[in-house]
Write a protein that binds this ligand. Structure first.
Ligand SMILES: Nc1ncnc2c1ncn2[C@@H]1O[C@H](COP(=O)(O)OP(=O)(O)O)[C@@H](O)[C@H]1O
Ligand SMILES: [Mg+2]
Length: 479
């Protein structure tokens, strides 16, 4: 269960805006001065890498360390790697950027393998290095933020359910409220969003928690078997019915039945199920006496039941019976903040399960997880993480371990200029499509002059010709 936020201490190590500490470990004095200049807007401490470094880390508590590993000399390099390992042991949350000469790539790979967040190959380019450092701070901030949210929620919206988004918190509060009642609950949502998980949580929070929870997937059982599976049968009810066999409904008596994929239930069984709900009895196939039942019924589907009812595929009266309360689970991509938290949680869980070292997510993996659309929702995330934990060689899981593409910096640094640019491209394309490529018409729709539209096309590399035959030819263009 979650603990109220106000009884929890706030994380004391928040990397807030006013406390962004960068430690630069650089043995070359001239470079040190140059680096100090580049990062003059941050709280910077510069030093050589030495035996004193760990003491310095303890004192300064940097958020990010920019560490020149000194690749030229093999002995120095291996000392550097050892120091890097010690720093991460001492302060595992610190983000380390491993810096080497252009030819020190093998070394940076080892450094990242040990847990460095990122790397940089000299020569110094202030703009590029700034981006790398800024990104490390951003990762640190995101992790801190996640940590704080985790503390506030006790990591879980409900036991076993990870989520910090408003949507998930709201859902969990609904589950808590409806659990102790006898209401039938219909859980709607795409595959892999956690419908069954919520159903189980609901059962656990109900007065029936010590009674059975029986899940039946209506889509997984052939129509012909579903009836006997649900209702059971008497001896001799049909060929092969050698002895009386209780159905799942009867077996669940006193507890909860979870009818998954209820939208797939054949019409004949829908009628029988309706009777169960109305009369609270069940009749075995071939049986004469109805048997009284004490059941809580929960249903789930990824189908649009309204459309199914309209098309005659689902009984409206049954729908009202099973949906005394309806809970809608949104797709994972719409749950702000849940992806990353779930990824980190699942990573830890899988690492434990497979006896692998607990790995973090590399920066490109964090970006990829946030940018991916997750059509398979949490189940997809679970599978990708499982695969990555089993297959990954390094200490951290990368985007490619997850089978995802790094979306690049765009996602992390989506700023106003870029947002504007995207909106502009979108508007121009839409106008062109509506105007079937006619530039005068498109300009009119956009409320700009033709020359302005030409400028926009040029700027965004949009070809009007793609949008229809009314499009301007190259000759038409003003020079
Ligand atoms: N919020 C969550 N926290 C932790 N695990 C989750 C969460 N949502 C889903 N899962 C896991 O993802 C997988 C798919 O969830 P499931 O409940 O079977 O989805 P659905 O029934 O909607 O298809 C399960 O292994 C489940 O434990
Ligand atoms: Mg399911």
């Amino acid at each position: 269960m979650s603990v109220p936020a106000d009884t929890r201490a706030q994380s004391s190590t928040g990397a807030t805006a006013e406390r962004r500490k960068l430690l630069i470990l650089e043995n070359d004095r001239a470079l040190r001065r140059e680096l100090e200049q580049i990062f003059s807007d941050l709280d910077v401490v510069c030093s050589e890498a030495s035996e004193q470094t760990l003491a310095l880390i303890r004192r300064v508590e940097p958020d990010v360390v920019l560490f020149d590993l000194g690749a030229r000399d093999a002995a120095v390099a291996s000392q550097s790697l050892e120091l890097l390992r010690q720093i991460l042991n001492l302060a595992p949350d610190t983000k380390i950027i491993a810096m080497t000469e252009q030819d020190g790539r093998d070394l940076t790979v080892q450094a990242v393998g040990l847990g460095a967040t990122d790397f940089y190959h000299k020569p110094l380019n202030a703009a590029v290095l700034s981006i790398v450092v800024r990104r490390a701070f951003r990762i640190r901030e995101l992790e801190e933020e996640n940590g704080r949210l985790r503390e506030q929620t006790g990591n879980m919206a409900l036991e076993g359910i990870i989520g910090v988004s408003d949507a998930m918190r709201g859902l969990c509060r609904s589950v808590e409220k409806v659990a102790p009642t006898s209401a039938t609950v219909l859980i709607l949502g795409d595959s892999g969003t956690g419908k069954e998980l919520l159903a189980r949580a609901l059962h656990r929070l109900s007065g029936r928690s010590h009674q059975p929870f029986v899940a039946i997937n209506c889509a997984a059982i052939p129509d012909t078997l579903l009836e006997s599976e649900l209702f059971g049968y008497e001896k001799g009810a049909f060929t092969g019915a050698a002895k009386r066999t209780l159905g799942k409904l009867e077996l669940a008596s006193g507890g909860t039945v979870f009818l998954d994929e209820i939208g797939e239930m054949p019409a004949s069984l829908q009628a029988k199920l309706l009777r169960v709900l109305q009369e609270r009895t069940v009749e075995r196939i071939g049986g004469r006496e109805p048997v009284a039942l004490d059941l809580r019924i929960l249903c789930a589907t990824n189908r649009n039941l309204d459309a199914l009812i309209a098309a005659g595929g689902f009984r409206e009266d049954l729908y009202y019976r099973i949906s005394e309360v309806t809970i809608k689970v949104p797709p994972l991509r719409d749950r702000q903040g849940d992806c990353l938290l779930l990824a980190q949680f699942l990573l830890q869980q899988m690492a434990e399960r497979f006896g692998k070292p607990s790995r973090g997510l590399a920066p490109d993996a964090i970006r990829a997880v946030q940018a991916h659309r997750w059509p398979g929702n949490v189940r997809e995330l679970e599978n990708r993480i499982k695969g990555a934990v089993i297959m990954a060689d390094g200490a951290v899981v990368t985007a490619s371990d997850l089978g995802l593409q790094d979306p690049g910096e765009d996602v992390e640094y989506l700023n106003l200029r870029m947002a504007r640019q995207r909106a502009e491209v979108h508007a121009v394309r839409q106008a062109l499509a509506m105007a079937k490529g006619n530039l005068s018409r498109a300009a009119e729709l956009l409320g700009v002059t033709r020359p302005t539209l030409y400028d926009l096309l040029e700027k965004h590399h949009i070809k009007a010709a793609q949008f229809g035959k009314g499009a301007a030819t190259a000759e038409e263009r003003p020079s």
